[in-house]
Design a protein around this ligand. Structure first.
Ligand SMILES: NC(=O)C1=CN([C@@H]2O[C@H](COP(=O)(O)OP(=O)(O)OC[C@H]3O[C@@H](n4cnc5c(N)ncnc54)[C@H](O)[C@@H]3O)[C@@H](O)[C@H]2O)C=CC1
Ligand SMILES: CC(=O)C(=O)O
Ligand SMILES: [Mg+2]
Length: 618
């Protein structure tokens, strides 16, 4: 060893010793000495020097304007490390036992890190490769992400309002850094996809839906806001998990629950009067009540009730055309629906109204349309004999005499109903994976339709009522098939393909939101929703539907969203609801012809291009 290197070694070991002595003598003092920072809010959370993540105490959160920017459960340092290690170990386990899950979660992590680093590039990738990555940022992977959210949580995205924030929301809402917010997707985590109550972890679904708002509708990513309202959870496993990030209490109910949601609505509309709020994955019990409560006074809609209904109507009309019949034959279709929750009832109401309109739009037409539906829930066929029947399901309860003649009864099983009714359409929104069993699909072979349609709409993939392979192989090559989550097409032999459509509200909600925004309508009316559904139905050509293709490919989602938005704006103008947006006031909007309107919508969509940045001192 040379003198020089010996000298270096000596010097560095001396420095280390000195550092050690200094740090020892200052440990206690430094540990208590506050650090002065010149940042607040999200800037702190994005700074690795100062960020403590979930360990920020409640007083610090108030002092540093962090309230609402983190999940409400304050974690100790030990718990943070435990959560991190549990996630790390889970990854090792997954790598051994669940290769497909590991891949999708690993892809989600990589994309999420890109989102944290460079938002423009993230959306560039998502838009360019939407077919490949929609199943990662949206269903099915988003379901897995929500289930594992406590482990995956690194950097918060969006806002959290909890039952413990009552009285504070009006000020908390100002902790969000953006002065303009166009779109909020809010959930209370009570029914995430078909996965049940996931509590605070449900924020993943708000994030995933807003990713589609940016990618499909071109909403500026700086103006979207995912929100979780944590009113507790009834998921016992989460309540027992000390590392769960949400409030560890049972869900609020009744007036207490409504008071929290009311306060939240007032707060966000006070700060951003022009925002649109999409309610997502609220359990049925509240989905309908909140929709009725707010829809006439706020710019809001419920995606599961209203978006799903429109997508189902478009698909049902496509299925009629695929039989070589005109759409006007829709009121003759016999439809069995499995699932009478927010999605199922939403579809039933919209389908009945659509049939009634085709039959003359009077009371008699409405009554007659009602007899085209048979609804089966967890307790079997719903009839007027059902005890404690939900108000929302009551209009679809079958008359005892009538079903007696059909050889059915209250509570008849799905297979019995399919066997006796011989429906044209079997539609599942039950959240029960495999519900369309071999027996049910065999019974559907007796359908009186030349081309029976199967909609296995529950999400994620594990909740789908059946797979396309099962449907084509059991019912026959000629069927129409759609599923909520993506599946591959099926090879039928002889070079024929069984087309697997994705029947998902993603084809409508981005256009409904964008159309509402650009029209400046103060509410989202039934007419605007109907226009969106009709636009989607008309998007498919005769040639496509005859091939069994009833929904567009996701690769054209930006185009279909543009068309839907234009249809929504046109209807808002027609109903005199439009007030215009920014420099395009309603008078200017009215002057646009169809092509000009499409052009206006397209030009209003954000594109992931890097802007030129210029530094300017404050
Ligand atoms: N494809 C799409 O665009 C959409 C799909 N969905 C999916 O729909 C599913 C249901 O959502 P919600 O209606 O909000 O849920 P929900 O929990 O309110 O309703 C589920 C319904 O299914 C019924 N059900 C349970 N077991 C059954 C069985 N064995 N047979 C028949 N019915 C049964 C229940 O009684 C209830 O009526 C979820 O999986 C969700 O992911 C929801 C919205 C959009
Ligand atoms: C797609 C959707 O909104 C759901 O499954 O809940
Ligand atoms: Mg949903």
């Amino acid at each position: 060893m040379s003198n020089f290197s010996r000298q270096i070694r000596f010097t560095s070991s001396m420095i280390r010793g000195l550092q050690y002595r200094i740090s020892r003598s200052f440990t206690t003092i430094e540990g208590h000495r506050p650090t002065i920072i010149h940042k607040q809010g999200l800037d702190i959370l994005h700074d690795p020097w100062f960020n403590k993540g979930t360990a920020f105490s409640m007083t610090e959160r108030d002092r540093l304007e962090l309230r609402g920017l983190l999940p409400p459960n304050v974690m100790s340092n030990e718990q943070q490390i435990e959560r991190f290690m549990a996630d790390l170990k889970r990854l090792e386990l997954n790598a051994r036992d669940g290769p497909s899950d590991t891949n999708s979660l690993a892809k989600w992590r990589i994309l999420n890190r890109l989102h944290d680093r460079n938002e423009t590039m993230y959306y560039k990738v998502l838009i360019a490769k939407i077919e490949e990555y929609a199943p990662v940022v949206y269903t099915p992977t988003v379901g897995l992400v929500c289930q594992k959210y406590s482990g995956l949580f690194r950097r918060p995205r969006g806002m959290y309002f909890s039952a413990a924030d009552r009285g504070e929301m009006m000020s908390m809402v100002y902790n969000w850094p953006a002065d303009q917010v166009d779109m909020i997707v809010v959930t209370d985590g009570s029914r995430i996809l078909g996965l049940g109550d996931l509590g605070i972890q449900g924020i993943g679904i708000s994030i995933g839906k807003l990713d589609l708002y940016v990618a499909a509708a071109g909403i500026n990513p700086q103006r979207v806001l995912p929100i979780m309202i944590d009113v507790g959870t009834n998921n016992e496993a989460l309540l027992k998990d000390p590392l769960y990030l949400g409030l560890q209490q049972h869900r609020l109910d009744g007036e207490e629950y409504i008071a929290v949601i009311d306060e939240f609505m007032e707060a966000v509309f006070t700060r951003w009067p022009h925002v649109i709020v999409q309610f997502e994955d609220f359990q049925s019990k509240w989905a309908f009540k909140l929709l009725q409560r707010y829809r006439n006074s706020y710019r809001m809609f419920n995606d599961d009730v209203q978006g799903t209904a429109g997508v189902a109507i478009a698909g049902l009309l496509g299925a009629v055309r695929a039989q070589g019949k005109p759409m006007i034959d829709f009121p003759k279709q016999k439809i069995v629906v499995a699932g009478a929750g927010s999605a199922g009832i939403g579809v039933l109401n919209a389908a009945r109204k659509t049939m009634a309109r085709m039959l003359g739009n009077n009371e008699l037409a409405f009554e007659s349309a009602g007899s085209q539906f048979w609804v089966v829930d967890a307790n079997g066929l719903i009839t007027e004999e059902r005890e404690n029947i939900d108000d929302d399901a009551k209009p679809f309860a079958r008359k005892t005499k009538e079903i007696g003649r059909q050889g059915l009864r209250e509570g008849a099983s799905l297979v019995e109903v399919v066997r006796e009714v011989k429906p044209d359409v079997l539609l599942g929104l039950s959240a029960v994976g495999g519900l369309f069993s071999k027996e049910v699909l065999e019974a559907l072979r007796g359908s009186t339709s030349t081309r029976p349609a199967i909609f296995a709409m529950s999400n994620p993939t594990t909740s789908a009522e059946c797979t396309p392979e099962e449907a084509f192989s059991i019912v026959g090559d000629n069927i129409i098939f759609a599923s909520g989550s993506p599946f591959s097409d099926v090879k039928l032999g002889n070079g024929h393909i069984g087309h697997c459509n994705q029947g998902n509200n993603m084809y409508l909600f981005p256009g409904i939101g964008l159309g509402t925004l650009l029209s400046g309508s103060r509410v989202v009316s039934d007419g605007m929703l109907q226009a969106a559904a009709e636009c989607l139905a008309a998007y498919m050509t005769e040639e496509e539907v005859l091939k069994g293709i009833i929904y567009p490919s996701i690769s054209s989602i930006r185009d279909i969203t543009k068309q839907v938005a234009a249809a929504v704006i046109t209807e808002a103008i027609e109903e005199d609801l439009a007030e215009g947006y920014r420099e395009m006031d309603v008078r200017e909007l009215r002057k646009l012809n169809k092509d000009e309107l499409l052009c206006y919508v397209e030009n209003s969509m954000w594109n992931p291009d890097y802007p030129t940045l210029i530094y300017k001192k404050d």
